[in-house]
Ligand binder design. Structure first.
Ligand code: ASP
Ligand code: MG
Length: 419
């Protein structure tokens, strides 16, 4: 049976009128012969309000009760969506996570899927229901308690249902009309892409493009779920939005397909650490234990590398992490120094940096991307502080005040405004 998953984010179900508008899009697909699983978010702002209530009531809250409260926003929109569809003559039924059941781990607040058995929904479809409206973002633990998947988790619910039910496509309806080459608020020339490969979307999502929860892209890539991002505020058809798909589906791909940025980075340098085996481990072990998300790491090569002739060789070690983890990182490093496990002369912290990255699967087979990126930045007099690369991405740390300029310069240099 032809089946679609349609997910509506918070702004798309923000009030009764918008729920009706979304329901009309669902009815259209039913009229075209599809069974539909609708995944809904909470009305926009609702989840924040619920989180606030929990935090005000209990500082060190019980995570099980956090989930019980915070999951409730989606229950409201699921019921209202089913009612609206019924009013339109579409046979629809709502489902909370535990009713499906959406089985998850018991990691409250950031649970992961374990299984989504099809039997209950399939039985309802067999009875004549055309639409199952499922509350996103939630599930049930092995202990039988309500869980949530982490903020933005409804995207991941949608992809998981598309995989479990073999949906033809997973359409993510949101308040933007697709995925852009970069943030249109920063770069006026940003262009909506028709298609983007899973790997690229994964890099862009984890680098800060906020359209999709990163885990939803990971899941889509693993199960080859064709994922489409499109606007719920426009008239849309099969060609609207941006399709996130396997790279084989993308006929001609550019070397670089997008520019991403992340504003809230910090750079920390341990000046003059010993250059000998075990030093990196002595630094990054305590950082990991302290829960610091270390991103880029640079270790200079000391002029006289460590060997038997140069037992006293020294170097500098630099790493980056989110700016709100700087205090934690400093404490971990200083504690390790006090305990004698690492030795350094000075700790230099720079909290005014941003990360700008170019992403593209074409980089795998093309040389010269880094050179082009660096020359574009040089032409704008932007100094590069740290460079990091992966197979399909090059990232640089720069002064935050040049972030917008760098994004625009790179967008121009790689001619991303052209399709
Ligand atoms: N309502 C939840 C949130 O705001 C989940 C979602 O909308 O994806 O994080
Ligand atoms: Mg979202």
């Amino acid at each position: 049976m032809p089946l679609l998953v349609m997910k509506f984010g918070g702004t798309s179900v923000a009030d009764l009128e918008r729920i009706e508008n979304a329901a009309k899009k669902v009815r259209k697909e039913v009229e075209r012969g599809y069974y539909v699983i609708v995944i809904v978010s909470a009305m926009s702002g609702k989840t924040n309000e619920l989180v606030g209530w929990v935090e005000t009531t209990s500082k060190l809250y019980d995570a099980r009760e956090y989930d019980a409260v915070v999951a409730s926003g989606e229950n409201i929109t699921a019921g209202l969506m089913a009612l609206r569809l019924q009013e339109m003559g579409v046979p629809a039924r709502s489902w909370q996570g535990w009713q499906v059941p959406i089985n998850t781990t018991s990691a409250h607040g950031s649970a992961r899927f374990v299984s989504i058995p099809r039997d209950n929904l399939d039985a309802k479809f067999a009875e004549g229901f055309k639409v199952a409206v499922v509350a996103g973002f939630q599930g049930v633990s092995p202990e039988g308690r309500i869980t949530t998947l982490g903020r933005g988790g409804s995207d991941t619910t949608a992809v998981a249902f598309a995989a479990a039910f073999g949906a033809e496509r997973c359409d993510i309806y949101t308040d933007v009309d697709g995925v852009y080459t970069t943030d249109p608020r920063i770069c006026a020339k940003a262009r909506k892409m028709d298609k983007i490969a899973f790997e690229e979307m994964l890099e862009l999502a984890s680098l800060g493009a906020k359209v999709l929860q990163t885990r939803s892209v990971e899941l889509a890539m693993r199960y080859k779920v064709r994922l489409r991002v499109l606007s719920s505020f426009e008239d849309t058809d099969e060609t609207s939005g941006t399709l996130v798909c396997d790279e084989e589906e993308i006929m001609e791909s550019k070397v670089v397909s997008g520019v991403a940025y992340s504003r809230d980075e910090a750079k920390i340098t341990l000046v003059t650490v010993e250059d000998r085996p075990g030093v990196a481990s002595a630094i990054f072990g305590p950082l990991a234990d302290a829960g610091v998300n270390v991103d880029m790491i640079v270790q200079n090569i000391s002029e006289k590398g460590h060997d038997d002739a140069h037992p006293g060789a020294v170097t500098d070690m630099t790493f980056s992490c989110p700016v709100n983890q700087v205090e934690r990182a400093k404490r971990a490093v200083e504690d390790a120094r006090a305990a004698g496990s690492i030795v350094y002369e000075d700790l230099v912290v720079d909290t005014d940096v941003a990360k700008v990255s170019v992403v593209g699967i074409g980089m795998r087979s093309h040389a010269g991307v880094a050179a082009k990126m660096f020359s574009a930045l040089a032409a704008e007099n932007v100094n590069i502080k740290v460079i990091g690369t992966s197979e399909i991405k090059i990232s640089v740390l720069i002064d935050r005040k040049y972030m917008e300029l760098a994004v625009q310069a790179l967008h121009d240099a790689f001619e991303l405004e052209k399709a």
